[in-house]
Design a protein around this ligand. Structure first.
Ligand SMILES: C[S@@+](CC[C@H](N)C(=O)[O-])C[C@H]1O[C@@H](n2cnc3c(N)ncnc32)[C@H](O)[C@@H]1O
Length: 321
């Protein structure tokens, strides 16, 4: 995989001192180890070249190209190639009139946080666990100077590449790395997002400290995670699965997570939104044909997960270094 455009742009950014370490981390990634990699490469190679001049990164649907930029047969080739990268979880996107109706309405999450964060204009932004990169494009649309997303999923790297194929040279980058593969204490980002990742980490305090150390002094953390209702000190450690997810370690209450953030020395810590996830926000579509939230809730009581835990409820926290 070629990351030369990232290294070119990042050399002129606050990331510059960390590029040798990032190069080393990327050298450890062997995409051939993933059995689906050749199939995904074929899907990317099948994407037609289209001269695209219209972009919308500041609207709910990330739109690259217009209907009139290509004919129906090219559009059908785009659709077939993009479907070769199924399942599409985070979006929605519209590529030259092909509407990628993803499992999640990720724009709803963006709407819940956008008015609460420091303006992104001119900022260098990191999105940990960025999935296909949907929110990276929204960050660009909000004025960020450079956005970098990291996610260890190779499929999501390929989905990002598919969108970037049409979007061209933009200051938006995606690396197939987990947070633990980043150089320690980079301390160079103005804003760091960690959304939907904390509950996948075995050690929540270590994750919060890693996030703090990625930020420059005075930088802003935007943290989104599953929570439960409850008092300070309360939380849920699911025994086995939570909403069919096998790798959920800890769901704190809002007051508990506020205390954790203060304990690891974040300042100006606040919770700006708590929203129960609905089956309108997360559901199966033609672009994600596996089971989804409606299958993970108790049919007799949809306020509970199928395992009998409180249904998914997500909170957004903002804090400063
Ligand atoms: C629930 S999704 C959230 C995606 C996106 N941030 C959002 O909020 O819509 C969690 C993402 O975290 C990624 N992830 C899992 N372990 C990770 C790690 N160690 N470092 C970074 N990302 C990770 C997964 O691949 C997945 O894309």
């Amino acid at each position: 995989m070629d990351f030369s455009f990232f290294f070119q742009q990042a050399a002129r950014s606050p990331l510059a001192p960390h590029l040798p370490a990032l190069e080393q981390a990327l050298a450890q990634v062997d995409p051939q180890r993933h059995g689906d990699y050749p199939r995904w490469c074929q899907a990317l190679e099948a994407l037609p070249r289209v001269a695209v001049s219209h972009f919308e990164f500041d609207q709910p649907v990330v739109r690259v190209g217009r209907q009139r930029d290509c004919n129906d047969s090219t559009r059908s080739a785009i659709e077939t190639a993009l479907l070769g990268l199924h399942p599409w979880r985070k979006g929605p996107f519209d590529i030259c009139g092909v509407y990628v109706d993803t499992e999640w309405r990720s724009d709803w999450k963006w709407d819940r946080l956008a008015r609460h964060i420091a303006p992104l204009t001119g900022r260098t932004v990191l999105d940990i666990g960025c999935g296909s990169g949907y929110h990276l494009w929204r960050m660009l649309g909000a004025g960020a100077e450079l956005t970098l997303g990291v996610d260890p999923s190779l499929l999501f790297q390929m989905q990002f590449r598919a969108i970037a194929h049409f979007a061209g040279a933009q200051p938006v980058h995606h690396l197939p790395l987990g947070i633990e593969q980043l150089p320690p204490a980079m301390g160079c980002f103005d804003t760091v997002f960690s959304m939907g990742v904390l509950y996948h980490r075995r050690s929540p305090f270590d994750h919060l400290i890693e996030l703090r150390e990625l930020l420059r002094p005075g930088g802003e953390l935007v943290l989104e995670t599953l929570v439960i209702e409850g008092e300070a000190g309360q939380g849920l450690v699911p025994h086995g699965r939570y909403a069919r997810m096998g790798n959920v370690w800890f769901l704190p209450s809002v007051p508990t997570l506020l205390q954790w953030l203060e304990k690891v020395r974040f300042r100006e810590v606040r919770c700006v939104d708590v929203t129960a996830t609905t089956t309108a926000e997360q559901r199966a579509t033609d672009w994600m044909r596996f089971q989804s939230l409606p299958d993970f809730l108790n049919p007799a009581d949809p306020t509970q997960t199928i395992e009998g835990y409180p249904g998914p409820r997500r909170a957004i926290f903002i804090a400063e270094t």
